[in-house]
Ligand binder design. Structure first.
Ligand SMILES: NC(=O)c1ccc[n+]([C@@H]2O[C@H](COP(=O)([O-])OP(=O)(O)OC[C@H]3O[C@@H](n4cnc5c(N)ncnc54)[C@H](OP(=O)(O)O)[C@@H]3O)[C@@H](O)[C@H]2O)c1
Length: 237
């Protein structure tokens, strides 16, 4: 009987880092579910499915809403019977000095980058325990380095690093592995950027895809629990 391939659920898979991780896992033979807030997630799902037939499930789900994340995990389990890997990647940034930062911006960043990850993990944790699975959060170097205009984003990512390290200890007894990846500048659509030649010095999404694949292939006895990733040659201003 052929070995059942692993199943991964990636939040924020419509573009940027999440989409690159989806491509990398598909190359490795994974079944991959991707989610995002809008219909565009289905166009991305169709494009990926055309190259990897029947390997991709696209789901509209907003990580701010726990019921939607529960429904998303339910869809993955209905289709493929399990979830082995959760990649909590969905995230946004609003950058403003504290006197200018609005409460809506604060709430958006905390609700998506921090509470959203809690929702995705809470919805999938029993699956991960059952399958001795893997939880990866995409945090940021902003989870250890603070900067002006970063109060909301820094708070969300410092919080996410702490959250992920604490649940790493909760989940280890179940043989569920947990890693937080903390990238520096990545060429994506983040904060209104459009990837182009000017991003040549940044980490590329495919590089993070490779890191995720390498982490998932690590011998089960070894756990890289926190990984900082930075451009090798920082941009000269
Ligand atoms: N780019 C960087 O330099 C960098 C560095 C360090 C860490 N990060 C982190 O990497 C992660 C991915 O960001 P990116 O750079 O790939 O940005 P991106 O290109 O803007 O992609 C963000 C993704 O998150 C999804 N998303 C946003 N809000 C969501 C919500 N409420 N529910 C579900 N999905 C949502 C977006 O999908 P829809 O818009 O379709 O919903 C999109 O797929 C974020 O957590 C970010 O903080 C980025």
């Amino acid at each position: 009987m052929p070995k059942m391939e692993k199943v991964a659920y990636i939040t924020g898979g419509s573009k940027g880092i999440g989409r690159s991780i989806a491509e990398a896992l598909l190359q490795e033979g994974y079944f991959v579910a991707i989610s995002g807030r809008s219909e565009s997630i289905h166009e991305v799902g169709d494009a990926l499915n055309s190259r990897h037939p029947d390997k991709v499930l696209s789901i509209i789900s907003d990580v701010r809403n726990f019921n939607e994340e529960q429904n998303a995990i339910g869809q993955v389990v209905s289709k493929w019977g399990k979830v082995d890997v959760l990649i909590a990647n969905a995230g946004v940034g609003h950058f403003a000095s504290i006197d200018e930062l609005t409460t809506d911006q604060w709430n958006d960043v905390i609700d998506i980058n921090l509470t959203g990850v809690f929702h995705s993990l809470k919805a999938s944790v029993e699956e991960l325990k059952k399958n001795k699975g893997y939880f990866i959060s995409i945090a940021s170097l902003a989870g250890t380095n603070f900067f002006a205009k970063g109060s909301a984003y820094n708070a969300s990512k410092f919080g996410l690093v702490g959250f992920t390290q604490a649940v790493m200890l909760d989940l280890r007894p179940y043989e569920v592995k947990t890693t937080t990846i903390m990238p520096g500048s990545v060429s994506t659509y983040f904060n209104g950027n459009t990837p182009s030649e000017k991003d040549h010095w940044k980490i590329q999404g495919e590089d993070l895809g490779q890191i995720v694949v390498d982490v998932l292939k690590m011998p089960s006895r070894t756990l890289p629990s926190k990984i900082e990733v930075r451009p090798s040659f920082p941009h000269k201003k």
